[in-house]
Design a protein around this ligand. Structure first.
Ligand SMILES: [Zn+2]
Length: 252
């Protein structure tokens, strides 16, 4: 069984979410919310589809349209059976640092929730790796996942010391992903999770088109090539990793 540990299945992106979920067969996926609207959608998805688990959180680029009540809603709904993590949360300075303080505030408040309720977190970090690391260091002990990791091997070493798991997706199949390939060669397989970040970052040969969770198989194959093992072994190990990091047994 494969698990796409990070995808977005918003109504805005897919005309027929049911079709996309069914394409995964008996495999599982974790749908992540990013704001009030999509968090609510995640809640509906996990109730409707047995193979879909959920993560709810306020994404750094969504803090402008979010408020204290967004965080209260998240806290209230963490008790839902198939909500397995807080995410997607983190820091993103790609479009500027005007909201830096608010991003940090939301990031920390959601990490506080993770600590309080013993939940894993799924972290997004873009153009903000140093700040992300410094905050994560303060929360050592929480089960953390860095999704779509795009940092250096050196940074990966530092995150590994915090027992962070790394979400690896379609970028691994891109020709120009030298750094990520180096990172993945370095990382121990027991700290890697497969993901797609659908609808974004479709792997080759679908690069540029709309991604979907079933393409996680292509990520597994790319990872297998780098690690010199079979795709089956990659799937087996990374599925075990996902079960342990997200306590999925509790939700089955
Ligand atoms: Zn995402």
């Amino acid at each position: 069984m494969m698990i796409d540990t990070h995808c977005h299945l918003c109504k805005e992106d897919y005309e027929n979410v049911e079709f996309i979920v069914n394409n995964m067969g008996h495999n599982k996926m974790i749908a992540a919310g990013v704001n009030d609207t999509t968090n609510q959608e995640v809640l509906e998805l996990i109730k409707e589809y047995p193979t879909v688990y959920g993560a709810i959180g306020i994404h750094p680029t969504e803090v402008g349209i979010s408020s204290q009540s967004s965080l209260e809603w998240i806290e209230d709904n963490l008790k839902e059976d198939k909500i397995v993590a807080i995410g997607e949360i983190g820091l993103d300075y790609h479009y500027g640092i005007e909201e830096k303080e608010k991003q940090m505030q939301f990031f920390k408040k959601q990490l506080d929730l993770a600590k309080k309720y013993n939940k894993p977190v799924v972290i997004h970090s873009r153009d903000a790796i140093e700040d992300t690391y410094n905050i994560m260091k303060e929360y050592r002990g929480i089960k953390m996942v860095l999704h779509c990791y795009s940092g250096s091997v050196e940074m990966a070493k530092r995150f590994l010391e915090l027992d962070v798991y790394f979400g690896v997706g379609g970028v691994l199949t891109f020709k120009n992903s030298r750094v990520l390939k180096d990172v993945v060669s370095f990382l121990p397989l027991d700290h890697i999770l497969l993901e797609t970040d659908s609808p974004y970052l479709a792997p080759e040969p679908f690069r540029g088109s709309k991604n979907e969770p079933k393409n996680v198989l292509l990520v597994a194959e790319a990872l297998a090539l780098i690690k010199g093992i079979s795709a089956e072994e990659v799937i087996d190990i990374t599925t075990k990793n996902a079960f342990s990091r997200f306590d999925l047994n509790k939700s089955l």
